[in-house]
Structures are given as structure tokens and as C-alpha cells.
Design a protein around this ligand. Sequence first.
Ligand code: IPE
Ligand code: IPE
Ligand code: MG
Length: 235
Amino acid sequence: MKVPNHIAIILDGNGRWAKAKGMPRALGHKQGSKNVEDMCEIMDDIGVKYFTVYAFSTENWNRPDKEVTGIMSLLRNYLKTGIKRANKNNMRIRILGDISRLDEDLQESIVETEKATAANTGLQFQMALNYGSRDEIRRAVTKIAEKVEAGDLKATDITEDTISASLDTAGIPDPDLLIRTSGEQRLSNYLLWQCAYTEFYFTDKHWPDFNKEELLKAIDSYNNRDRRYGKVTEE
Ligand code: IPE
Ligand code: IPE
Ligand code: MG
């Protein structure tokens, strides 16, 4: 079995998972957050090098205040123990997205976590927070335009690599496999540039129920794909 180098997940269905059990949505998010921690260990165990989850989108601010506050407090808890756990597992944590809209204490914890785990060489874990791919591309274009304005870059020298290197995922290889849980089959503004040649896998399982067995099913499906990158494959 060929293990993908980079797996990206759109973790969806926390709310539906809770609803099906007659529980409040907040409990679904709590269970979902625990599953992110478990999944990092599983990814590392099976030999995945990069794992990127979509935890909070630029559009998720439109949810009720109480739900947003609940998700932010789960993030706060996650970051509290994050450095210790990451260093124990040699895991590097990076955040994708515009963190400037988050509470100041969260921004500080994020900077500290990224710094404290930067030299770890095991699982490279990315969490997308206040992330939207269109916003990421907009920010990248601004950065590039500023270089052109300053005379440090010629407009005609802008390559695809210039753009990749200006995104939040700079230096991180594109995902090989993208998984979305809970039945929806859309990208919801996730990694639009980076998923140009990524294989997609959709499952009806809600995120809190997505476990090692389900991950192996996704990887098995990936192994049966014929990745072409625009080429023809042999008859
Ligand atoms: C995913 O679960 C978590 C976030 C988007 C923050 P949802 O909260 O979207 O769960 P459903 O889709 O309503 O079931
Ligand atoms: C996508 O899930 C965003 C995250 C997983 C963070 P949503 O549940 O917010 O997406 P839509 O609204 O179904 O497209
Ligand atoms: Mg959802």
C-alpha cells in the first residue's frame, strides 16, 4: 500500500454527529477536536508526512456567536497542551489562515506553538484557522504586488512558484489526497490552488466517527486511482 505523503481533510459533520445522538452541537465540536489529536497520531503511525485539517473557515464567523466562542475555547485548550504533546511526538504544528482576526491570546499561543515546534521533523501538521483559499490567494497577490511596487520583482518574472511560495502553505508540498467527511462533496474554499492535482475522497461518516479504519479505506481507494497529471497512461 502506497501511503500518501500529504493528506488534507475537511473535517465536517460535528454538528450532525451530535444531533444524531440528541446532544448539543458543542459536544460534537469537542469530540471532533479530540479526534484531530487522535488522527495526528494515526497519520504519524502509518507514515503520512504532512497532515492538514480545515478547522475554521473565513465563512464560519457567520455561525451563531455562541458556537464560534465554543470553537475558539476548544482551540484555546488545544493550544494549551499543544507544545508539550507535539514535542513528545516530534510533531511540527503550523497554522494556515489569517490569524489576525483571532483573539490576541490565541494569536500569541499560535506564534509560540509554531516557534517551539519548528525544528520537529516528524509529522508536519497544519491546522487551517480563519482560512479561506480565496482570502489566502488575495493576501499572496498583495505580497507579490508590494514586491513589484518596491521594484524587487518584475511583473513578467512572476511564476507559478512565486505564487506557491507566497501562500500560507509555502514550502509544504501539495496534498496527494483530500478527504471530506459527512457526505458533502464540495471544497468550501479549501486549498483551491494546492488541490490542482489532488485525488478526492468523500465519505458519509461524520468527523467524530472517522477513525483509523476509515482512513485506511480512503488510502485504499487512493491506491486504486490512476494519477495522470495530464499525461496519458499506458494501455
Ligand atoms: C465541522 O462540523 C466543524 C466546523 C466547520 C467548525 P460542522 O459544524 O460543519 O458540522 P455540520 O456540518 O453542521 O454537521
Ligand atoms: C467547511 O465546513 C469548513 C470547515 C470544515 C472548517 P462547513 O460545514 O463550514 O462548510 P459548508 O458550509 O458545508 O460548505
Ligand atoms: Mg459542516
